[in-house]
Ligand binder design. Structure first.
Ligand code: MG
Length: 379
C-alpha cells in the first residue's frame, strides 16, 4: 500500500541529496537506502554491546543502545505514519541517532568530554554525525556512509554555534534559528519516550526503582492504578509490561494529537514552512510534557544517581580517562589503522577520541586490562 504523504513531509525525490553524488538506487528510494546503510554499518552492530544505564555484562535482560535504537525507531515510525510523514526517513534517523555514543553511557560521554576539553570537546551527538560522515569505511568511492542531507540533519539534534559554523549547510539552522524537518523532530521526541519508559522497565526489573517510589510520578501512578484495578491478580512482571505499554501508548497518542493540531494551527503547507515556523511542531501537549519531565527528573534522581550505578560510572570514568592518557602519551600503542590516520596528519586527540568512542563496553574493559595488567599475556 502506498501511503499519501503530507505536503510538508520529506520526499525522497526531493532530497537535498548527498555530499558525494551517486546514481539513484534501483529498488529502494533514497531514505530507504540511508536506513539500509545504517543497519549494515559496523557502528550499528557495536550498539549491541554499549549500554545506556546498565553495563552490558550486568544482565541480558536490560536494554542496550541497539535495542534502545530499535524501540526509538518503532515509536518514531508509528508517529510518522499517523501524521502522513516520511516513515523511511524517520526510521533512518532513529536507527542512526546514537551511533556516536561512547561505551558506558553518559558516564563515558562525560569522561571523554572532560579528556577532550582542550581539544574541542566530545559530544556524542556530533560524533554520530562523524561516524556516518567520516569514520565508517564501507564504500569504494567515499568515506562514511554518504547519507542524504535530511538524515544527517536529523542525526544532528543539537550543536554549539562554533561547531555549527564548521558544518556548512547542515549547521545553518543553529545559526539562523530555523527548524529541522518534521521527521527529525519526531526522532527527538521518540527518543525521550523510549528511554523514559524502558528505563522505568529496567529500573523496576533490576530493583533500582520501586513501584512505591514511582507512584510519586503522575503518569506512572495513573496507569498503575488502572492496571491494578482491571487486573488485581496479575503477576508483577506482566503488570509492569502492561503498564509500560499503556504509558507509551498514551504518550504517543498525545504526541500525535498535539502535533497534528500544531501543524494545522501553524498553517504549514511545505517543508519550507516547517523550517521557518517559530517553534517545533512535533511535541507533547503541555500536560503530558510536564508529566514526562517529572518522570525524567525522578529517574535522574533515583536511578542514575543510585550508588550501584555511580560505582559503575566511576569505573567507567577511570577506564576511559586512563585509556585516553595512555594513547595520548604514546600513540604507538594504538592499533595500526588508527596510527595510519595519525601518519595522514590527523589530530592526535581526535583520533584517540574516535578510537575510544567506537569501543563497546566490554572492549574498553578488555583494552584497559591488556594495557594495565602486567600479568596479562595477551596483547
Ligand atoms: Mg537515544
Amino acid at each position: 500500500m502506498t501511503l499519501q504523504l503530507a505536503a510538508y513531509a520529506a520526499s525522497a525525490e526531493h532530497t537535498r541529496g548527498r555530499v558525494h553524488p551517486e546514481p539513484a538506487p534501483g529498488l529502494r528510494d533514497e531514505y530507504q537506502r540511508d536506513r539500509d546503510r545504517v543497519v549494515h554499518c559496523s557502528a550499528f552492530r557495536r550498539l549491541e554491546y554499549k549500554t545506556q544505564v546498565f553495563v552490558n555484562h550486568e544482565g541480558d535482560m536490560f536494554r542496550t543502545r541497539l535495542t534502545h535504537s530499535i524501540e526509538v525507531s518503532q515509536i518514531g515510525r508509528t508517529i510518522a505514519r499517523a501524521l502522513s510523514l516520511n516513515e523511511d526517513l524517520t526510521e533512518a534517523i532513529c536507527l542512526a541517532h546514537d551511533l556516536g555514543h561512547t561505551p558506558f553511557g553518559h558516564a563515558g560521554q562525560d569522561a571523554l568530554n572532560e579528556c577532550m576539553r582542550e581539544y574541542g570537546g566530545f559530544e556524542h551527538n556530533l560524533q554520530s554525525l562523524r561516524v556516518v560522515d567520516v569514520l565508517e569505511e564501507k564504500y569504494a568511492d567515499f568515506p562514511g556512509l554518504n547519507l542524504t542531507f535530511e538524515t544527517r540533519e536529523g542525526i544532528l539534534k543539537h550543536c554549539s554555534r562554533s561547531n555549527a559554523r564548521q558544518l556548512g549547510e547542515l549547521g545553518e539552522r543553529f545559526l539562523n534559528n530555523t527548524r529541522p524537518g518534521l521527521e527529525a523532530q519526531i526522532a527527538n521526541v521518540a527518543d525521550e519516550i523510549a528511554y523514559n519508559n524502558h528505563d522505568i522497565d529496567d529500573g523496576l526489573r533490576s530493583g533500582l526503582l520501586t513501584v512505591d517510589g514511582l507512584m510519586t510520578c503522575a503518569l506512572f501512578a495513573e496507569h498503575y492504578r488502572a492496571v491494578d484495578k482491571l487486573h488485581p491478580d496479575l503477576p508483577a512482571k506482566r503488570k509492569r509490561a502492561e503498564l509500560i505499554r499503556r504509558m507509551i501508548n498514551t504518550l504517543v497518542g498525545d504526541l500525535v494529537d498535539t502535533s497534528r493540531a500544531a501543524i494545522e494551527e501553524a498553517g504549514v503547507g511545505s517543508i519550507a514552512d516547517v523550517r521557518a515556523a517559530d517553534r517545533v511542531l512535533i511535541s507533547l501537549g503541555e500536560d503530558m510534557q510536564a508529566q514526562s519531565r517529572e518522570m525524567k527528573t525522578y529517574l535522574r534522581e533515583n536511578m542514575y544517581q543510585d550508588y550501584r550505578v555511580r560505582r559503575m560510572s566511576h569505573k567507567a570514568q577511570r577506564i576511559i580517562t586512563h585509556l585516553f592518557r595512555l594513547f595520548m602519551e604514546d600513540p604507538k600503542l594504538l592499533p595500526l589503522d588508527m596510527q595510519s590516520r595519525l601518519d595522514d596528519g590527523g589530530e592526535r586527540a581526535r583520533i584517540v577520541a574516535d578510537y575510544i568512542a567506537g569501543m563497546t563496553d566490554r572492549y574498553a574493559i578488555l583494552e584497559y586490562e591488556k594495557l594495565t595488567d602486567p600479568a596479562r599475556h595477551t596483547i
